[in-house]
Design a protein around this ligand. Structure first.
Ligand SMILES: [Ca+2]
Ligand SMILES: [Ca+2]
Ligand SMILES: [Ca+2]
Length: 510
């Protein structure tokens, strides 16, 4: 121990300086040894880039390749700074999908720790066509990693249907390659950044995660409500609904940096919590909900592979009561689905049979018509639940889908906008006195063609119906309405004739 410490303190003589990474404790074999000839599948690692590494090679037929021990300045070694983000890009064959993983032997012991030394977790290819076969991952070397010596970078690739590669496994169809990475201490001030688990919260609590580069050693979070934290990754709960500006200040031995403000919105109006959250039992075959459109809401999401998803806090549609809206559900893949939509109209967290608002059995991509009853209380968000599963599955609001998915959204009932009603209808109708001091209104019709029975409703500006009656309009005979029970204010008088045509007048009760 003492001798080793002395050697480390003195440094190794320059002539003996390590120019290659520590020998690997394991070496993957070439693909095909167990399964016979696999060259026809054309898999393999064809190009690797990281820092100054840019190495284009042949694929699987090369077998395991150790490119790590080359002269400095070659395209198979690079120097990176601790704590800074770098992106490793690995291109594999276009012919077959491959899974790629990568590790750096940060402590230079020749072995790859599957947790602390992984820099690319199992990553499928992105891109199509000539951009296909590309695997990327961004990572930052930890403060504890060895600096100043070449460290072994191992990249493992194999067919997606083969077992996920480990640092020591021999691939069935693809290839492993090793490179060299030398780490250097971080020399500049930190670059500040952070993420959250959502900038809109309905619980009031937000998880903040530091994403700064340059290995900061101190953190000061200002949550915008007069409180602060010096934790690296704090969780914070706001006491009152509102919007808050959050800033993070980080520092290391070389300086500090202050983030721009991120706005957090705490909305305390949320649908009642759902009584059940059905998980997908056995996702399969691209079943699920991948897009929902309703009013101004348009939400793309993962299919049933993501299981139950609750979007009811952040994904809301404001809908006017008494108005029909198309609810478009895009189902995953091309197979037919059974889909049902429920709206928790009484906001009790449960979905009664009477709250089924649409269903489509044995169909892909259904569109439902959703109309909120005119009596729906305004402003309170209601939970909209979509359940979808394979055709013949008879999905239910609290039944776990076999292959499909349950997703929740929120619908916010709003007053019917004036623009949607025919204010110019019934030009021959006079309503007075308006304003009315005692609530009595006379309705006088000059147009004989418009004579007949009418349904009359008086609504407040929130769309709630306060008075509903039937009356007959005819020239020479005034109809009367009594608004005497209403509070002073502005109201809408809606008159609907036998054909369903609607006329609206604004009336003021003094
Ligand atoms: Ca290769
Ligand atoms: Ca190691
Ligand atoms: Ca209910």
């Amino acid at each position: 121990m003492l001798a080793a410490a002395v050697v480390a303190a003195l440094g190794a003589p320059a002539a003996l300086a390590q120019t290659c990474p520590a020998a690997a404790t394991c070496t993957p074999g070439p693909a095909g040894a167990a399964t016979g000839a696999v060259t026809a599948f054309n898999m393999g690692i064809l190009n690797v880039t990281l820092g100054s590494i840019n190495n284009t090679t042949q694929g699987q037929a090369d077998g395991y390749q150790d490119y790590s021990c080359r002269a400095p300045g070659t395209t198979t070694a690079t120097t990176l700074a601790l704590g800074q983000n770098y992106t490793l890009a690995v291109r594999t064959s276009l012919n077959n999908n491959e899974t790629v993983l990568a590790w750096i032997d940060y402590n230079n012991d020749g072995a790859f720790d599957p947790v602390t030394e992984v820099i690319m977790a199992a990553t499928p290819a992105t891109g199509t066509g000539t951009a296909g076969g590309l695997h990327t991952a961004t990572f930052a070397a930890p403060a504890t990693a060895r600096t100043g010596v070449p460290l072994r970078l191992r990249i493992a690739a194999d067919y997606t249907n083969s077992p996920v590669p480990t640092p020591c496994s021999t691939p069935q169809f693809s290839q492993d390659e090793d490179y060299a990475v030398t780490l250097a201490a971080s020399t500049g001030p930190p670059v500040v950044a952070f993420t959250t688990n959502g900038i809109t919260t309905c619980s009031g609590c937000v998880q903040f995660t530091d994403a700064s580069q340059g290995l900061p050693t101190s953190w000061v979070w200002s949550f915008g409500d007069g409180t602060a934290s010096t934790a690296q990754n704090p969780s914070h709960c706001y006491a009152a609904a509102g919007t808050y500006q959050v800033q993070l200040t980080v520092a290391n031995g070389n300086g500090n940096a202050i983030s721009a403000a991120t706005t957090i919105t705490y909305t305390s109006t949320a649908p009642a919590a759902a009584a059940c959250a059905p998980a997908t039992a056995a996702y399969c075959c691209l079943y699920g909900v991948v897009r929902v459109r309703l009013g101004a809401l348009d939400n793309a999401s993962a299919d049933g592979s993501a299981g139950y998803q609750d979007f009811s806090c952040t994904r809301r549609a404001s809908l006017a009561v008494g108005t029909a809206y198309p609810l478009q559900v895009t189902t995953g893949g091309t197979l037919p689905h059974d889909t049902r939509a429920y709206l928790d109209l009484n906001n009790d967290g449960a979905f009664a049979t009477s709250e089924l608002v649409g269903q489509a059995l044995g169909a892909a991509n259904p569109t439902f018509s959703l109309t909120l009853p005119a009596t729906t209380p305004l402003g309170q968000p209601l939970r909209l639940r979509l359940v979808t599963d394979y055709a013949g599955s008879d999905p239910q609001p609290c039944k776990a889908p076999t292959n499909g998915q349950v997703e929740d959204y929120a619908v916010v009932p709003m007053a019917r906008p004036l623009a949607t009603v025919a204010a110019a209808a019934l030009p021959g109708l006079a309503v007075g006195p308006n304003p009315t001091p005692d609530g009595h209104l006379r309705l006088r019709l000059d147009d004989p063609a418009a004579a007949g029975p009418y349904a009359a409703e008086v609504q407040n500006l929130l769309g709630a119906t306060l008075l509903s009656t039937a009356l007959r309009l005819a020239p020479g005979t005034d109809a009367t309405l009594d608004l005497g029970a209403l509070a002073p204010g502005l109201y809408l008088l809606r008159l609907r004739d036998a054909k369903g045509q609607v006329a609206v007048r604004r009336v003021v009760r003094e």
